[in-house]
Write a protein that binds this ligand. Sequence first.
Ligand code: PSU
Ligand code: MN
Length: 309
Amino acid sequence: MKNFRNSRVKVCDEVAAALAEGRGVVALETTIVVHGLPAPTNLEVAEQCEDAVRAGGSVPATIGVINGEVVVGLRREELADLASPDRHAAKLSARDIAMAVAQGGDGATTVAGTITVARRIGIDVMATGGLGGVHRDVRESFDESADLSALSRNQVLVVASGVKSILDIGATLERLDTLGVAVAGFNTTRFPGFYQFDSGFPLEWSLTSEGEAAAAFLAHCDFSSTGFLVANPIAQDRQLDADVHDRALSSALAQAKLLGVSGKDVTPVLLAEFARYTAGVSVRVNRDLVVANASLAGRIATAVAEARV
Ligand code: PSU
Ligand code: MN
């Protein structure tokens, strides 16, 4: 672990022990809990993700910032507190962590923020729902998630159901290519579409077991300093119906335009409109996929730890 000279960082005992013993650890983000899913589902999902990581033989490390302290392995009460609406926890990308620390603030970490912290603690596996990426109005807005640039500078494996389907998926895949981020499907040759099993884009590489994923990631670490995306699709019989998806998407994009949101508010507004339009079905799908991703990440982190000894 890095020596933190200017920041308060608290690593919970269980995570510290697992890292010292070389056991599997999976970082979990908090933006999905605080800004991505509605209450009370958000806290249930956070708990289910932790359980899923454990079932895979690894230790969960949910990451957030509380009163300027970076906490790795948030307790249930701490997370509930961070997610309470009157706390107004900020959405922390990679570049925001230091400001929250220096000003004693509260914040939930995105994928970019989470891997930035995790990597420096010595955690190199993370799970999320859908990665951020290039927004559909990128030509006017220049809006591309910092998740992509963070993955280009951090040697971590992230399990996600592709990138969020609210995005320009083709453009995001091109950016991942440019940035040197490895992308491989897990038991699929199609890039997943977040709420949907197949985004319509093919994948060049696929993995068929946790052991194969671990071996590929460790080889990647020998040749590259970038991240590795394991794309794990939602089960086909649990995905959001294609017509419903497309109608919800149109409604969400229209809503974001109507509200005139920009920057970090865009993704939460789009997800919330999906939830409203589908009367909660999108939330159910989001829950299913992120828990499945945490489970797979737990198994892969165990395989990585075993392959390292
Ligand atoms: N996956 C989900 N729901 C979410 C996110 C991921 O299923 O809310 C969050 C992650 O924290 C991701 C962020 O990093 O959305 C992307 O936000 P933006 O587009 O503003 O970079
Ligand atoms: Mn953005």
